[in-house]
Design a protein around this ligand. Sequence first.
Ligand SMILES: [Zn+2]
Length: 120
Amino acid sequence: MESLYIHMKNKKYRVSRATVYNTLELLVSCDLVTKHQFGRNMAQFEKSYGYKQHDHVICIECNKVVEFCDPRIHQIQTMIGELLKFDIKHHSLNLYGICSTCKAKREAEKKERKQRSNLN
Ligand SMILES: [Zn+2]
């Protein structure tokens, strides 16, 4: 983490320690990066190639699937695991709705129908 910060600083990226840390935490929570803790103040981060933890938003009209990753879901998983004494291995979360494309299409159709009824 510190070496990444120094590396970015050397490359003249305008970035704060907090930003680097928060980004790494986000990557860890999405299982894109694995955190190895060495002692209290030393941690090393490693790119992980395993299963990527993510959730889905699914359009009920065109069946489009959008992936997302939110660290809060990982936090809930950890909290529930501790609370119920469960060793939680993975989770799945699907949110169903209507995507922006389908919504726009619906609205256009509605408008067209209205216009047609006005002509009659
Ligand atoms: Zn759709």
